[in-house]
Ligand binder design. Sequence first.
Ligand SMILES: [Zn+2]
Length: 473
Amino acid sequence: MVAEATSDVGRVLAELDLSRVWLVDPFAGREGPADVVVRDGRIEAIAWLEGTDADGIGQDGVVVAPGFIDLHVHFREPGNEDAETIATGLAAAAHGGFTTVCVMPNTDPALDEPGVLSRIHAAAAASGSPVELLAHGAVTVGRAGEQLAALGELGDAGVVGFSDDGSPVRSATILRNALTYAGMAGLPIVDHAEDASATVGAEANDGLVATVLGLRGWPAAAETSAVARDLAVLEDVVRDVPTARLHLTHVSTAGALELVRRAKAAGLPVTCDITPHHLAFTDTWVAGARRWAWDTGDDPWADGTIEAAPYWSALRVNPPLRTAADAAAVLAALVDGTADAVATDHAPHTEVDKAVEFGHAANGISGIETALGVLLAAVDAGRLPLARAIEALTVGPAAILGARSRRAAGGPVEGETADLVVFDRSDRWDVTAGTLASRGKNTPLLGRSLPGRVLLTVAAGRIAHEDRDTGRS
Ligand SMILES: [Zn+2]
């Protein structure tokens, strides 16, 4: 099965009868056995099944949910189309079940003025993909951290937030001004929280694994202290600008998540997302372990846990893979709602940029196609309720995007345009260079199989991805 070869992408979904499926509607807070009928791109009927009609239908079969929303992806266009284009990124998104994505502005040139946004939107339209493409504008000119970008113009042009992602918003003064101006427009600042002065030359999470492998340590405190700074600045700004909003992306440490939990309890307007890789992998994977984080201890050299060669550069990512305790905190934050959303930080790279020494490899994991499977592995292990996983891929990010996304209305609702994903929890798929639609094959899951094969993704009533093996008529 080659995802890119799907010929019907962009075509209106004329007719679909999903009978006896498990329907998850996180917007209405409901899930259960149902029949769903789609005609000419619209949801014609939803019938929740009860009594004997519902016999034998469970969460472990075919599941229908609203299309997923990814707050954080890197599609590399313009500037590095060898790693990903808007078209291949959108195909990868659809293969992963996503129908809305937000691209990050660390392209070349950076998305720091409306002209770059126009180019990206033109590329999305030319791709023929019905997946909704949204964008974050840069906080500073060229993402250089020195001069505030034209936030007002970018906001008028339609960006959904501002970020210098790849780097933190370096100066507290700039962060303060950015929160103020973006807040007046009702838009969030999306920060990659990292005290860069504490991570110079850092290679792997500071701790036992880095020490034994001889990799330079990347301290958890670099994230915790940056989050503390961001929250302190936010607290100052909201006194004058109550509409200011801070979103912390890819939070990866127990300490930072605890700060977010307390800030939310104190009523600060802060939200955050976590990634599937920080939830499911640990730094022990860099040593060659391959157990899911919830199955692993802190000692990768315990009997039988080393399954692969160490130093695989597919595992180099920023923030780095953390300890099992941090991964457990990420999972707990997802379950208790401290983390509002799961975002993939999909970061495709060319083979050239990864085929170097671990510490010199480009940071990032190509993850938008494997996100669902990784979350379902946690569901299968009894660590994460299916409905919560779906909620963090739909309702959570939709609330952060607000009215600038066509997804703000929620769904699925009878009479509305169909926007949904259909996946089969009883079927697995193999992660290989050939099955990934992304140009980035840089995932440590290559060669593994994942649960939850995506059969069909429908965005705005049109086919975004269709599994050619399923023979849907
Ligand atoms: Zn980042």
